[in-house]
Write a protein that binds this ligand. Structure first.
Ligand code: 5RP
Length: 228
């Protein structure tokens, strides 16, 4: 009898476990945000791998790590990180990603920029040929939101303010998130450059400059390691 097809959660758990092999002992590491990273944090806590410390990309990940006794430091206390481990909402064949489904994209981009290597951990549903099927998260200064919604419309995108409990969601940085549907991001580097320059954009959720160097992708036949 064939083995049952693993669920998405089982694939996430597989890549979370596989990511431990990318944690050098006694190193500074960066830790992302999201359900896949939560499984990685739990695996790291149980692993006994001694790390010098972790820099976190969100309040949620900081709290989860501290609860497990993992030492967490501020970005300002650390010069560079050996590795940054995080999930993604989409990843293309070059390692460019869309991130920010968990609203942590600004801190994720900052922490990723401090790391020598970005290891992306995803299940295979996140693999795309062209970025843009997942609504693109963009962190914005609230007063700029209506103007930015009009700008995205000129690119063919339909932007909407992300809500939580019927109110605009506030990020860890006190700003708002636009989610932009209908984009087809064929040139991620150029797109990231263009949108990053619009007044009022804090961070665009295209990670092309901070792309992954390694992707651990959970598939029904096991974890694939992709290098870019
Ligand atoms: C959070 C992110 C996450 O990495 C992304 O949303 C994937 O999350 P998950 O592992 O829950 O699927 O960018 O801002």
């Amino acid at each position: 009898m064939n083995a049952p097809t693993p669920t998405q959660d089982e694939l996430k758990a597989m890549v979370a476990q596989a990511a431990l092999a990318h944690v050098p002992p006694h190193a500074w590491i960066g830790v992302g945000t999201g359900s896949t990273v939560n499984l990685f944090i739990d695996a790291l806590g149980q692993s006994g791998i001694p790390i010098r410390g972790a820099v976190s990309s969100s309040v949620a990940s900081t709290e989860r790590m501290r609860a497990l006794g993992i030492p967490v430091f501020e970005t300002q206390e650390v010069e560079s990180l050996a590795v940054y481990i995080d999930g993604a909402d989409e990843i293309d064949p070059m390692g460019h990603m869309i991130k920010g489904g968990g609203a942590a994209l600004t801190r994720e981009k900052i922490v990723a920029a401090m790391a020598r290597e970005f290891v992306c951990i995803v299940d295979a549903s996140k693999r795309v040929e062209v970025l843009g099927q997942f609504p693109l998260p963009v962190e914005v200064i609230p007063m700029a939101a209506p103007m930015l919604i009009r700008r995205f419309a000129q690119l063919g995108g339909e932007a909407a303010l992300r809500l939580k409990d019927a109110q605009p969601l506030k990020t860890d940085n006190g700003q708002h998130i636009l989610d932009v549907k209908g984009l087809r991001i064929t040139h991620p580097l150029e797109f990231e450059d263009q949108v990053s320059q619009w007044p009022g954009v804090v961070t665009v959720g295209v990670f092309a400059h901070q792309k992954a160097q390694v992707c651990l992708m959970g598939t029904p036949t096991g974890v694939q390691t992709l290098r870019y």
